[in-house]
Design a protein around this ligand. Structure first.
Ligand SMILES: Nc1nc2c(ncn2[C@@H]2O[C@H](COP(=O)(O)OP(=O)(O)OP(=O)(O)O)[C@@H](O)[C@H]2O)c(=O)[nH]1
Ligand SMILES: [Mg+2]
Ligand SMILES: [Zn+2]
Length: 355
């Protein structure tokens, strides 16, 4: 603000968290200025969310200091309840109080994020991470078996929210017989042919680790997937000294035990950072219009230009090129089933099954 005395006539019109408006009149002309963060000059610090424990967020400032912060109950989004309105990867401004408590006062606009519906029928959603260069979906064909519906729902969401995705098929050391090897090649081929990067890997044999490390260099990446697929094990191999807790696989259900309970960002030795997240069971999609779902399945979208009708939903219409391609096996049945499952969500406005 200028120091010519004008500020004495200034009036704070709309105080808010991060800005206020000042109005004054000079020679019969009214000037209105929006001052951003002016009142935060003393206490406001910018930083990056590097850890989310559920009730606390750890914010790393430019000087490297890590400050535990709470949030105020003001970050709500249109009608949905969010289990974590602030996510790892968010750039924020925090308000430090004299009593040494700190609150997140503002979230900067996000470049992108990955979001899922948290549970059946609820309007709750969860932001897995924000401001990503890459989302790595870790999947396994055994112990546990990742369903194709889960994979496809994740990929469609990443397409919708503009995040590049890489599929890491982990635990390939367990695929020893011919049938399992053939399945591995088929899954890898399916997703590579659609245009996704696929890495076949094992933290036990070390296969694929270098390739993954190269793909992550200088990027902000998220690791996501079902519990027990080896996300934390992968990070322990990539980040010297990480020592993240690694779980066991249930003997009965061959599923993970939800070992990681909070999201955490770790710096990579060659530059960039990786975010470990708790395993997720289902992947409910958010906010998709029925007509736009096809846009998030690249091979279905490509084929849809040849459908007879512009507004074809690819479910029953005559002259549907997508249905034809599914019956000719040019589009995988599993992908089409996933497409239908998301259409079903949008139709019902509900998310029932734990995909
Ligand atoms: N055979 C085999 N086992 C692996 C591999 N990678 C991880 N594991 C094992 O899989 C189990 C689960 O690994 P975690 O790293 O805890 O899995 P996670 O994805 O982080 O699981 P959550 O934190 O529960 O989401 C552990 O017993 C690991 O030792 C692999 O490449 N091959
Ligand atoms: Mg883990
Ligand atoms: Zn069609």
């Amino acid at each position: 603000m200028k120091s010519d005395g004008r500020e004495r006539a200034a009036r704070v019109l709309f105080p808010s968290y991060d800005s206020f408006t000042v109005q004054y009149s000079l020679k019969n002309v009214t000037h209105v200025y929006l001052y951003k963060l002016s009142f935060c000059n003393f206490a406001c610090v910018k930083g990056l969310i590097v850890k989310n424990t559920g009730s606390w967020y750890i914010v790393r400032t430019a000087s490297g200091e890590e400050i535990p912060c709470k949030i105020k109950g003001t970050f709500r989004l249109k009608g949905f309840r969010c289990t974590n309105p602030v996510a790892v990867g968010d750039h924020v401004e925090i308000d430090r109080r004299p009593d040494n408590t700190a609150f997140i006062a503002k979230i900067d606009e996000r470049k992108n994020y990955i979001i899922r519906r948290a549970s059946n029928l609820s309007k709750e959603f969860q932001i897995l991470a924000a401001n990503l260069d890459l989302a790595v979906l870790v999947v396994t064909l055994v112990n546990p078996e990742t369903s194709t519906t889960f994979i496809d729902r994740f990929l469609a969401t990443a397409e919708a929210y503009n995040v590049d995705t890489l599929i890491a098929i982990n635990k390939i050391d367990l695929l020893v017989d011919d049938d399992s090897r053939a399945l591995l090649e088929a899954v890898a081929y399916l997703y590579a042919s659609i245009g996704y990067d696929v890495i076949k890997m094992s933290t036990v044999t070390g296969e694929g680790l270098q390739e993954l490390a190269r793909a992550l260099t200088s990027k902000m990446s998220l690791l996501s997937g079902n519990s027990g697929v080896g996300k934390s094990s992968i990070i322990n191999k990539l980040v010297p000294g990480a020592r993240l807790r690694v779980g066991t696989i249930s003997d009965v259900h061959h599923t993970g035990m939800h070992t990681t309970t909070f999201s955490e960002m770790l710096d990579l030795p060659a530059g960039g950072a990786i975010i470990d997240t708790p395993g997720v069971k289902g992947f409910g999609t958010i906010d998709f219009e029925k007509g736009e779902v096809a846009h998030y399945f690249p091979e279905i979208f490509k084929m849809s230009s040849q459908c007879r009708y512009n507004n074809c939903t690819h479910t029953h219409e005559p002259g549907c090129a997508v249905l034809e391609a599914v019956s000719d096996h040019r589009i995988a049945q599993s992908r089409y089933a996933s497409y239908l499952s998301i259409i079903d969500d949008s139709t019902e406005g509900k998310y029932r099954k734990p995909y």
